[in-house]
Design a binder for this molecule. Structure first.
Ligand SMILES: Nc1ncnc2c1ncn2[C@@H]1O[C@H](COP(=O)(O)OP(=O)(O)OP(=O)(O)O)[C@@H](O)[C@H]1O
Length: 294
């Protein structure tokens, strides 16, 4: 069964004066997906999102959100919740008043108490925004994404400044909204979070996609690694290995289970125990580091 993508971007271009910030970018986000738009600083993520959110006009190309133009605000805005890097709540409002205001602006219905509970600010309901800590302010920003469980949620660096408990709580709330059918677009510089949670990733560099796909598709283009240390009297290794910058041995492989097995079998046959053994697939960090070196 085919359904209209929630977000459909076709050959999007944006120029600031004579600077080409977004170049011929095309991608779709399907209903229920968590799509992570990642990239280097200045890659064009914010510019792209501003167009999709209806805050900025494209120079050329088409963008559809729920099949409509994103500037068709009446049709589109009530269906999406946007957690910006800073929401800019008035410092004189209380937390509860701010959440009520979010509700009014969103056009969705919800219970203020429910939202306060999810963002763990029930005890701060009467506190002024100016008196919140950085993490509490961030949790209040998250209320914009939670209020009325929007169909489409944008999370821009959602966990910056949050302690581990608040991060876990935020992701639990996101998981719950996904179960309820919400589609999520995430930007973050915490690559581990994207690696764990994204269904698909668009990795931007200089205005266009360096890579796009699932985490597996992105990471399988680079080898997995095995790192370990050996005593100096060890015989020659059965596999090609380099000495890593940390002085340990480094094996790069596209067949991790087989080569790890070969190494451990060789170690056992020679009564050796590789020390500080680490073996794992490529991480998204490594894909990022490869940008610019290809
Ligand atoms: N209003 C503007 N006028 C001129 N240039 C701009 C404007 N906004 C952004 N740019 C430039 O466009 C490019 C893309 O910026 P953008 O903010 O979209 O990148 P980003 O991927 O979100 O970066 P970051 O990860 O650093 O937040 C950058 O080179 C930036 O300097």
């Amino acid at each position: 069964m085919y359904s209209t993508p929630v977000i459909d971007v076709e050959r999007l271009n944006l120029t600031y004066g004579d600077f080409h910030a977004v170049k011929d970018l095309s991608f779709q986000v399907e209903r229920g997906e968590l799509y992570a738009l990642l990239g280097t600083n200045g890659a064009g993520k914010t510019s792209t999102l501003e167009i999709i959110e209806g805050h900025r006009a494209a120079t050329s190309g088409t963008v559809r959100v729920f099949g409509r133009g994103p500037r068709d605000r009446r049709a589109v805005r009530p269906r999406m919740g946007i957690m910006l890097q800073e929401s800019g709540f008035s410092p004189d409002l209380t937390v509860k008043e701010s959440v009520r205001l979010i509700g009014k602006l969103s056009g969705r219905t919800d219970k203020v108490e429910r939202v306060l509970g999810i963002v763990d600010l029930t005890r701060k309901a009467g506190t002024k925004v100016s008196q919140l800590s950085g993490g509490e302010k961030r949790r209040l920003d998250f209320a914009t994404a939670v209020y009325g469980t929007p169909e489409l949620i944008f999370l821009d660096e959602p966990t910056t400044g949050l302690d581990i408990q608040s991060r876990d709580a935020l992701w639990a709330a996101v998981d719950k909204m996904r179960e309820d059918g919400s589609t999520i677009v995430l930007t973050t510089h915490y690559l581990e979070e994207a690696q764990q949670r994204a269904d698909r990733i668009g990795l931007m560099h200089k205005g266009t996609f360096h890579r796009e796909g699932t985490v597996f598709e992105l990471t399988q283009t680079l080898p997995s690694t095995i790192r370990f240390a050996l005593p100096s009297h060890a015989p020659a290794l059965p596999l090609q290995a380099a000495r890593g910058s940390d002085g340990r041995f480094l094996i790069e492989t596209f067949n991790l289970p087989k080569d790890l097995h070969t190494l451990l079998q060789w170690a056992q046959d020679n009564s050796l125990e590789p020390q500080e053994l680490e073996a794992g697939p490529t991480r998204l960090d490594d894909v990022f580091r490869s940008i610019g070196s290809e």
